[in-house]
Write a protein that binds this ligand. Structure first.
Ligand SMILES: *Cc1c(COP(=O)(O)O)cnc(C)c1O
Length: 377
């Protein structure tokens, strides 16, 4: 058994009752109508959790499948798509748009600040000829939180459909999908929900479905075609065999989240205490504002090798994340989301991080665990 404590920015730790739910005996999901009921009820629970009339679907595939399915299902050749970019996942949407023949128009702003709603509103006055826009709720590589509840309504003023990647924010940040006017919400199993990897879910508005149905050309994908799910309940038939065990685990994890009445407050407290502790010690966060409550990206101190730092953390039995893209080697990340958002786990993580950095010759200006503990109470 691996005794390593998982504190990465996803996947997160999985509670025992979720692991047990995954070992429930399963039937054929195509023959067993009760599975279809279970699936439908689970999707309806998601809709209630996110305060929306939109319809939810759980798809077999990682979070990335959700992002691709949104773009595959909406994009036709030459469609103009506004890609809001203040981070790696933000920019990444342009690739999905291009794959399906669309024309991404990047709205690139400072990656150390959340998207400024007023500035976007100004931009849209002159530029609003877009079929849909993509944006990221929490851009995980930097820990940037965008205020999607303010941004999407501005896009909707111009009838631009909104696709929101909330994979690493949902369940750790409150979100009211109807208030935000999100047409396609994308989420995943392995971040703050704390189910294992492997599932993505989509919350889709009627207007998004209408847009897909009114396409001139068919959706250029089978697996990433949202329309192939829309009548599963009437037909009691899924487009492909559902991963039953994954879905049972997901269902239990969602029950855990729903029972956890203080989930958002806890995420906020832990995130804020983490930032206080690391900054008091003289470390720096990568971003200047828009701090997510689910992940903190810390600048690797001058002269320190990120890989060596991560390795030394592992020797202390704690796994945290490095980063990728332009942030590779520049930041390390602690995921304090879902099951990881726990005072005791974070204390252990900060104790180990302090020891490792001092071992590596970094002089810290305080005892991080003391600051964290004082702040989090
Ligand atoms: C984790 C994550 C995804 C999904 O990526 P996977 O590689 O499928 O895990 C998508 N968007 C964001 C912002 C994420 O953090």
């Amino acid at each position: 058994m691996n005794k390593m404590m998982l504190m990465t920015a996803g996947p997160t730790q999985v509670r025992e009752n979720v692991r047990m739910a995954r070992s429930t005996i399963t039937m054929s999901p195509d023959e067993d109508v009760s599975f279809c009921e279970y699936y439908k009820q689970l999707c309806d629970k998601l809709a209630r959790f996110f305060y929306t009339k939109n319809t939810f679907y759980i798809l077999s595939g990682e979070g990335i499948l959700g992002l691709e399915a949104a773009c595959a299902s909406l994009t036709e050749a030459e469609d103009k798509v506004l890609v809001l970019d203040n981070g790696i996942f933000g920019k990444g949407f342009a690739d999905f748009v291009k794959i399906y023949g669309g024309k991404p128009v990047l709205y690139t702003v400072d990656d150390k600040q959340p998207i400024d709603v007023q500035a976007l509103d100004e931009y849209l006055k002159e530029n609003h000829d877009f079929k849909y826009a993509t944006l990221v709720h929490c851009d995980t590589p930097s820990g940037m939180l965008n205020d999607v509840e303010s941004i999407c309504p501005v896009l909707k003023k111009y009838n631009i459909l909104t696709v929101v990647d909330s994979v690493s924010a949902s369940f750790g940040e409150p979100l009211n999908v109807d208030k935000a006017q999100i047409d396609i919400l994308c989420g995943g199993s392995q971040k703050a929900l704390s189910a294992p990897t492997g599932l993505t879910f989509l919350g889709v508005s009627d207007m998004a479905i209408e847009t897909m149905k009114n396409r001139k050309t068919p959706i250029a994908s089978f697996y990433a075609n949202i329309l192939s799910f829309v009548d599963y309940y009437e037909k009691k038939w899924f487009p492909y065999t559902m991963p039953v065990s994954d879905i049972y685990g997901f269902g239990r994890a969602l029950e855990n989240v729903i029972k956890d009445k203080h989930i958002f407050v806890r995420h906020k407290k832990i995130a804020s205490a983490t930032r206080k502790a690391i900054t008091a010690a003289g470390l720096k966060t990568y971003i200047k504002a828009g701090f997510s409550n689910t992940v903190t990206a810390i600048m690797v101190p001058e002269g320190i090798d990120a890989k060596e730092l991560l390795q030394k953390m592992r020797e202390h039995n704690i796994m945290i994340s490095g980063c990728f893209g332009e942030l590779a080697g520049k930041v390390i990340r602690i995921g304090h989301m879902g099951e990881n958002a726990d005072v005791a786990y974070m204390l252990e993580t900060l104790i180990a991080l302090g020891e490792v950095l001092e071992e590596m010759g970094v002089i810290l200006q305080c005892d991080m665990k003391k600051v964290f503990f004082k702040e989090v109470r």
